[in-house]
Design a protein around this ligand. Structure first.
Ligand code: MG
Length: 268
């Protein structure tokens, strides 16, 4: 890790699982803080960095929100940077929130909130179908807006995500449903999509090749980071198992594999 300027640390399955920290996670973050190493935490969460910060706080980890980046934050950044103002006199992008309260908190005051299907709309922002704002009625409004020309921006392309009830439909599955019905193509903002890593590096003012990413998911963490030239450490405390690596060609393998973050506590 000492060979890199910034360490990127995935959260779900790497640092915590639901509400408890994984072995070595709290100690590793404290070690980074003690050594004043530059690092950031990342997640495909539909929550804002502020909400994730509070969650980490409850586990005894004290981090500022600007060292946390989520798919929801990436989607908000994308909307603010990429949506030109269509109508004369329009000062802000017009957005329909089919995702979460976090989206509302992060974009409030910066966009015009669309409320109904008959209004002009630039972007429909979608997350998982279980998100608070994805009621059946609001899904129908979103469909109408998309069929009238709004762009579909999804928080991330995750097919599913784990919950205490089992697997839930993910943001990617919901976007596929909306995209199919409206005959549009969704844009994804979270891991493993390039926009997520590039926006994060832009915020941190660091070249991707100067970063090492530590994550538990071979697809969203390792392949995503590899695609932008980051080094990778796969931790086997979450989604990916050692047997998943057997079929992969050498150029798709992580640079290092560890069982859990305790193995990194003694490394430089
Ligand atoms: Mg993860």
């Amino acid at each position: 890790m000492a060979n890199f300027d910034v360490v990127l640390l995935d959260l779900d399955g790497t640092v915590y699982h639901e509400d408890h920290p994984l072995p070595g996670a709290v100690e590793l973050i404290r070690k980074f803080q003690r050594e004043q190493r530059r690092f950031a935490c990342l997640s495909n969460s539909a929550g804002s960095p502020l909400r994730v910060m509070n969650r980490l706080n409850a586990m005894g980890v004290d981090l500022p929100p600007d060292s946390i980046y989520t798919a929801a934050a990436a989607a908000c950044d994308y909307v603010l940077e990429h949506f030109p103002l269509a109508a004369p006199g329009q000062t802000k992008p017009r957005v329909f929130d089919l995702a979460t309260e976090s989206i509302r908190e992060m974009l409030d005051g910066l966009v015009i909130w669309v409320q109904s299907g008959g209004e002009p709309c630039d972007v429909v922002l979608s997350g998982a179908p279980s998100n608070a704002h994805a009621t059946e009625e609001r899904q129908r409004i979103a469909l109408q807006l998309l069929r009238h020309g709004a762009s579909l921006v999804a928080l991330c392309a995750d097919r599913v995500y784990p919950s205490p009830r089992g697997l839930e439909f993910g943001s990617g599955a919901h976007a596929a449903m909306l995209a199919y019905a409206a005959n549009v193509k969704p844009f994804f903002c979270g891991k493993p999509d390039k926009v997520f890593f590039m926006e994060l590096c832009h915020r941190l003012k660091v070249e991707p090749s100067r970063c090492v990413l530590i994550g538990d998911n071979i697809e969203s963490d390792v392949f995503g980071a590899n695609a932008v030239n980051m080094a990778t450490i796969l931790v086997l405390s979450g989604v990916t198992r050692r047997r998943d690596l057997q079929q992969l060609p050498p150029d798709r393998q992580p640079d290092m594999v560890v069982e859990n973050l305790m193995e990194l506590l003694d490394s430089k």
